[in-house]
Write a protein that binds this ligand. Structure first.
Ligand code: GLU
Length: 313
């Protein structure tokens, strides 16, 4: 029997979860290796569900913007695949890393080919591909434009303070780019490539905007109603597969076990989950666990998947 979406049922679940999360004591720690990210209060919690049709359902701080960080790697990947197609996979793998997102040691063993596009070196190669292949005017703006189109919101923008903070402290990412250049896997200037990567990480969006911007992955690739943004069903299926295997850093397997949905998280505390054929879910709370996933967002997604019976398994 096709799934019957009951908006009232979902809304009351989201309200209940947001109410409970407000009282949670164990909220993790904010990321402080990017100094600007440390300025945010641990008390925030927001959640949004974007069903395949209609406006998103929201609770808590679902309308507050936060730094999407690694979630931008999904949008970057789509932009690069649009530009270069499957040749992208010559330069980036499709395996979970089992290592931290900014690991250098793995890259050395594997001769500069990142395990997947959702760890930092993989996303840096993706940025290189965008810069080498996009038309001049679009080079620095393509990922942001794509987010705006998908969310149908031209106001979405880069948080310049976070961007400046990443530029000031991002030497590890620059090291990854230089190392990959030495191995022949970065073609452009590593400083410009990492700047592009920092810019996309610094895009600020709310749970509500992110849920709308990722709903195409639940809708067999169908983005906006006018067809201006989106991907083929085949591509959506594959991006979901990568998110399931690699979207939440080295504990991606644990997240698949607990949530049972393709997910992508970022150190800003957001996590996107895709329920194919049903909708997208975004939860946000800035406190992270020791692997970089938001403690409360993960808990909330686990509960949504369980209570709505949305796990793909
Ligand atoms: N901009 C962050 C970094 O490069 C992204 C990390 C993340 O969200 O996983 O370290």
């Amino acid at each position: 029997m096709p799934y019957q979406l009951d908006r009232t049922e979902i809304q009351s679940l989201l309200d209940e979860i947001a109410g409970r999360m407000a009282g949670e004591v164990d909220r993790g720690e904010v990321a402080n290796y990017i100094p600007e990210l440390a300025n945010i209060s641990l008390n925030h919690f927001g959640i949004a569900v974007a069903p395949l049709d209609g406006p998103p359902l929201l609770a808590g701080d679902a309308d507050l913007s936060f730094s999407i960080q690694s979630i931008s790697k999904v949008f970057g990947l789509v932009v690069a695949l649009d530009l270069v197609g499957a040749t992208l996979w010559r330069r980036v793998g499709r395996e979970p890393s089992g290592d931290p997102f900014n690991s250098i040691v793995q890259l050395e063993f594997e001769r500069g080919k990142p395990r997947n596009p959702f760890i930092n070196p993989g996303a840096i190669v993706v940025s290189d591909l965008i810069l080498q292949n996009a038309e001049n005017a679009k080079k620095m703006h393509s990922v942001l434009d794509f987010c705006r189109k998908l969310a149908e919101d031209p106001e979405i923008s880069v948080d310049e303070a976070v961007f400046a903070s990443e530029v000031a402290t991002g030497n590890r990412n620059r090291a990854l780019a230089f190392f990959m250049m030495a191995e022949g896997n970065i073609e452009g200037d590593p400083a410009t490539v990492t700047e592009h990567y920092f810019r996309q990480c610094s895009i600020a969006m709310s749970c509500s905007q992110l849920a709308m911007a990722t709903r195409f992955l639940a809708a067999r690739g169908k983005g906006t109603a006018d067809g201006k943004a989106g991907v083929s069903p085949e591509r959506a299926r594959r991006i979901n597969a990568l998110m399931m295997a690699c979207g939440c850093y080295d504990p991606s397997g644990e997240v698949a076990f607990r949530v049972g949905l393709p997910c992508k998280s970022g150190v800003g505390g957001g996590i996107v989950a895709v329920a194919p054929g049903r909708g997208s879910v975004v939860a946000w709370s800035p406190g992270l666990d020791d692997k970089g996933n938001s403690v409360l967002a993960l808990k909330a997604l686990e509960e949504v998947a369980l209570r709505l019976n949305w796990s793909v398994f």
